[in-house]
Ligand binder design. Structure first.
Ligand code: SF4
Length: 466
């Protein structure tokens, strides 16, 4: 029987099959942990006298609460004592349990969904979990990856398995030629605008079609990262030569010696959905109709083309969103005044994103506070090697240390009440970037162009082509 990518990976990880009365027991290949959702889980483990079952399948970093600027004397200005405690608690817990950890001294330290793939820990066909809803990012490699809650973090630490019901499958097909200047972020914002923030609920998404086949790994990660914003915990892209090229030579990837890597690629290639495999639902988008996208409301489904006018509110909730955003139906979204720009987050903080922003900012000046935060120490070093930091600083933007930063603002990087922030992150919920802050989601290109003009700006007006 023809099987989907999801089915193949799912079946390989079932320890005890699902019944009407009981979910499946599902094996986890990689457990990513960070400082925010792990402390309670370790406490629970200690209370029960349990050890971490598979420290070798657990990988830790610090990202959410970490300052992105250091003091002149070298100390780190944690926003609160609690933030510092969170970080130190993670470092103590992982040391105690023998877990590989990328703390302050590691070049790989950074956002969990950036550093995991970077070191080759994320691999095709794996099952990957993390106490963070944007874990679907790793599905870009053809893995089943999803966010879990603190209680489940404890379960995985204790037994490396989860209880889980099998979701249905949905194929999101995007075929055709993307217009020049249209990016992976625009593609996923267009998908979410089409199917809605609940459109993927109960489904594992597979992104299919020539648009994803031609997309880089960074682009695929941007797309899968936002599966959760369409209501789905899982977004996947079939592994192919682009994936294998990305994997080759990474520290945790199979070695070339002895044919190990070649055998792994053969295995990974077999994971692609079979010809004729049936999905529970299929959605189709015409790539040629997608334009640079921005959000205008307070969830990622409220997205429109940057050339559109702000639509009329369909209900009270949408009117409340427009009121919060201080935007009026019928007005153009392009040209709205911007107070700050944030380029970063696990959606768009990879080298490719930074290069895209630099292409716009080179030889120009920003008119508003612009914070650019690389996804990891390795990304930061690579960007600096190419001189991107100099481009950003010459343009008047701030070049920071790696971390989640203003995506969530847990480290204190937030906007002022009322600020309109054009952000390359993934959530535009009320107050996510600080109390009263209004978030407009966009690609790095749109964010950079908006920084230059001080208004929401179509990057194609600055000569950007994909
Ligand atoms: S960058 Fe944002 S969404 Fe991603 S892991 Fe950090 S806080 Fe979560």
């Amino acid at each position: 029987m023809a099987k989907t990518l999801f089915d193949k990976v799912w079946e390989r990880h079932i320890v005890v099959p699902e019944t009407d009365d009981h979910p499946a027991t599902f094996f986890i290949d990689l457990h990513l942990i960070h400082e925010v959702t792990s402390p309670q889980a370790f406490t629970e483990l200690a209370n029960r006298g349990l050890k971490v079952r598979r420290p070798d399948l657990t990988l830790a970093t610090i990202d959410h609460s970490t300052p992105t600027l250091i003091n002149e004397d070298g100390t780190r200005p944690y926003v609160t004592a609690q933030a510092e405690t969170q970080v130190n608690t993670l470092l103590e817990n992982t040391k105690k349990h023998g877990i590989e950890t990328h703390g302050w001294e590691s070049d790989n330290r950074g956002i969990v969904h950036v550093m995991g793939p970077e070191i080759g820990a994320t691999q095709p066909g794996m099952t990957i979990v993390c106490g963070d809803s944007h874990t679907a990012t790793h599905g870009a490699f053809g893995s089943i990856a999803f966010g879990i809650g603190t209680t489940q973090v404890g379960h995985v630490l204790a037994n490396q398995c989860l209880l889980m019901r099998k979701p249905k499958t949905m194929a999101i097909n995007v075929n055709g030629q993307l217009q020049a200047g249209v990016t992976p972020k625009d593609v996923i914002l267009a998908i979410i605008a089409k199917i809605g923030v609940g459109g993927g609920t109960g489904y594992a998404l597979e992104f299919r079609g020539n648009v994803f086949e031609e997309m880089s790994m960074a682009g695929r990660m941007t797309v899968c990262n936002m599966a959760i914003e369409a209501g789905s915990r899982i977004g996947m892209v079939a592994p192919d030569q682009t994936t294998f090229d990305y994997m080759q030579g990474r520290r945790k990837a199979p070695r070339a010696a002895g044919g190990e890597f070649a055998r792994a690629c053969e295995e990974w290639a077999s994971l692609a959905s079979d010809e004729g495999a049936a999905f529970d639902k299929e959605v189709h988008l015409d790539a040629a109709k997608i334009t640079p996208m921005v959000t205008y409301g307070t969830h990622p489904g409220m997205g429109i083309s940057i050339t559109d006018i702000i639509p009329a509110a369909a209900d009270k909730a949408e009117q409340a969103a427009l009121d919060y955003m201080q935007l009026e139906s019928g007005a153009k979204i392009a040209g709205q005044r911007v107070d700050k720009v944030f380029i970063g987050s696990c959606t768009n903080s990879r080298l490719e994103d930074l290069r895209a922003a630099a292409k716009i900012l080179e030889g120009r000046k920003v008119q508003v506070t612009t914070i650019i935060v690389p996804g990891s120490g390795v990304t930061k070093a690579a960007a600096e090697k190419e001189g991107l930091d100099k481009v950003f600083e010459s343009a008047g933007a701030q070049w920071r240390d790696a971390g989640c930063s203003m995506c969530l603002g847990m480290n204190g990087d937030i906007g002022a009440p009322g600020d309109l922030v054009v952000s390359t992150s993934n959530r535009n919920f009320m107050g996510r970037q600080g109390p009263g802050v209004r978030t407009v989601l966009a690609s790095p290109e749109t964010a950079a162009a908006s920084a230059v003009n001080g208004t929401i700006t179509d990057p194609r007006s600055m000569g950007v082509a994909a």
